[in-house]
Unconditional design. Sequence first.
Length: 566
Amino acid sequence: MNDRSTSLVMIVRDEEKNLAGCLDSVKGTVDEIVIVDTGSTDRTVAIAARYTERIYHFPWRNDFSAARNHGLERARGRWILSLDADERLDPASGCLRLPAAERYEAFFLPLFHQAGDSPADYTSYPVLRLFRNNGEYRFRGPIHEQVIIPRPGAVGFLPAPVIRHQANTDRERRCKRGRNLALLKRALRADPANPFHQYYLGVEWLGLNKPGRALPCFQAACQRLSDAHVLFRAPAVRHLVACLKALGRIDEAACLCLAESQRYPFYADLFFDGGLVFEQKGDWSTAARWFHRAVTCGRPPDLFVHTNGTESFLSLYHLGLCHEKTARPAEAQKCYEEALAANPDYPYPLYNLLLWRLIEKGPGEAFSYLRSTGQLARRTPLWADFFFAAGSAALALRCLEEAGPDESDPGAVRRRVRLLAYGGRPREAAALARRFPELAVEETVSLILLGDHRAAKARALSLWRISRGAAWALLNLVSLAREGRPAGRPGRRHLPAAIETTLAVLENCSRAPDPAGHRLADLAIGHLRDLRPEGVRALAAYLREKAGANRRLLADRNPAVREFLP
């Protein structure tokens, strides 16, 4: 093979779901594929055979490095590319181009771990995945194995291609974390001072939402890792801040951010984390300074783990919040607009800009502004819910109608039925809900609003076997609407569901534009009062929450009135 020939070397086990996608992504990039299977029981090996004859079987010994090195020893290319089955090379990010110069023997590549649906919602990790096949680069460690770097000066960074990590299901993550914890605990017993084992053990505990167990792991890792291992130390600091915040130790988190910001004065992610800490403390002015510093830092150096947006739209959005809290509306609006321009898929700045126009100029102006941004079709359900919550079911329906109907999505159908029912078009709502048995509650409410009490009662009774509490709630609302008296009291076992259903009707009817909706809201309130004492407590809690939300909204949008609010 020529001097730039590349071998893809992988270890796999039960990866039939991911393997083809990974191997398809390297077509035209590698000259050879070497796959080491560690005991698959599914179609993994058969899928691999469609791409390569170089498949080897290696008995699993609870040691990832041993399996990976077994594959390295069988690779014939001059360069090694290492990937996992749940990873892909992103062709849109650029092709793999090996430099002609002999200075570098190995390269870090950027790995993007997707955290949400938006392409911009990711954290970037530099990973050593490309190196010379000269016998010196080998993996070490039984779990979260690393490539040994014999000469640090011979390692460079390639900005492309990007490796994209495919998200696993919750079940898959739990299974992997359980396996990883067992292997890491065993490795740590054999080498207690190893900071990399401490770091990865903390990552697993934090992934399981156990910050108390993760905290000492990250503390030990931060103490033992130097800046020669900034690839691990920098994220360990960020994880440590997250643990302290989750445990309510906010002052300690603030002190840690202050100390580490002296060490890494260019690290936007750390200043963003610090801003969140001071935001949680309610120190809005200090938080604003930290978010502003994150923006001025720009993107961190290549070898720093980086959450996309900490240097731009994320910090700008939170900076806008801080300006709102400190009565600087013009500055807040400017930050929101800059955040939206930096990432149109990030909805929160636009949400706040819409809320501003809603309060100052009304729903119609807010809707016109939304259309002018070109964002209406990006997150149609969010904007429909926004206008419905603002009391304009008609505009909420326009959001859905401009995006086009989608009857393949149960959530979209339910939303449309709800908006039709409570937006003054209950006949259309009932006709649409009738085609979907799971929308029995919405159809019953639509029939009540139409005054068709006989059909409403029949539909409510159809829920009896599915949710007796919901059926009781609807039967009582039908009886109150038709006869002015309740139909009966649900048993204690069904009372919570009955109260929940009645509160949902009240919440939706409170936004209805017509007298029928307002009357049904009054009936829901009366029914909750009849369900003493549980219904009265639930009603009181609901009203307190609504009043509190209105007070917070008024205070946020007009700080001058805060001192007059209870």
